[in-house]
Design a binder for this molecule. Structure first.
Ligand code: PRP
Ligand code: XAN
Length: 193
């Protein structure tokens, strides 16, 4: 998606440790018009698939998943929680995910009330790096007996391999920008096309 690549070039910064900082528009301050264009792009890509629910993971996926839902007939958005809470009750699907930016493991929890075998799920997230977050969401869908119809990602860091492994397994992964390489010294970013 040209608009997203341009924003990354203009406003993104490359940090050591394979970190691309895009918090000016994607995952701290949120450009809602950009989110809307992203939702439209995913809806075009996944047209023809039946989607009954969007599943994402807190925190950064939530905003864009909600805006994207407007392009999928306002289907409910469920976000996996990364901490137990007294506000979580009843049976839960629980797995564990290693967080790329927080560098530790988190529980990933979805209430059984909100995901089941009747669901056809689109997974949405802001970043795909090693694929750990998506593995957690896929695991939860498997436990629920839900069908993963596709995966919509804003920024994939292709050089970390998570996306290609999922494609090899047959998942339809639509990443709107795929960073092929990035250099923290020069700030250079190249995209896969
Ligand atoms: O493919 P991966 O290697 O799993 O990396 C991608 C995940 O990392 C980030 O989550 P993180 O837990 O770092 O934090 P946030 O969502 O709270 O920003 C991002 O939002 C993705 O969920
Ligand atoms: O802001 C972010 N930048 C990244 O490079 C990244 N990788 C996973 N999650 C990420 N979030």
């Amino acid at each position: 998606m040209k608009e997203l690549e341009e924003r990354i070039r203009r406003e993104g910064t490359v940090k050591p440790g394979n970190v691309l900082k895009v918090d000016a528009f994607l995952n701290h301050q949120c450009d809602v018009a950009l989110y809307d264009a992203m939702g439209r792009a995913w809806a075009e890509h996944f047209a023809g698939r039946t989607i009954t629910k969007i599943l994402t993971i807190e925190a950064s996926g939530i905003g864009m998943a909600c805006v994207a839902a407007r392009h999928f007939g306002n289907v409910p958005v469920v976000f996996a929680k990364k901490a137990q809470s007294i506000n979580l009750d009843g049976d839960q699907y629980v797995t564990t995910v290693y967080s790329f930016t927080k560098q530790r493991e988190f529980p990933v929890i979805v209430s059984k009330k909100y995901l089941g075998p009747e669901d056809h799920v689109l997974l949405i997230d802001d970043f795909l790096a090693n694929g750990k977050a998506l593995r957690g969401l896929i695991d939860i869908c498997e436990h629920a007996g839900a069908t993963v119809e596709g995966i919509g990602i804003a920024v994939e860091k292709g050089f970390q391999g998570g996306g290609d492994r999922l494609r090899q397994e047959g998942y339809d992964v639509d990443s709107l920008a795929i960073v092929e390489s990035m250099d923290p010294e020069t700030g250079d970013i190249t995209f896969r096309h």
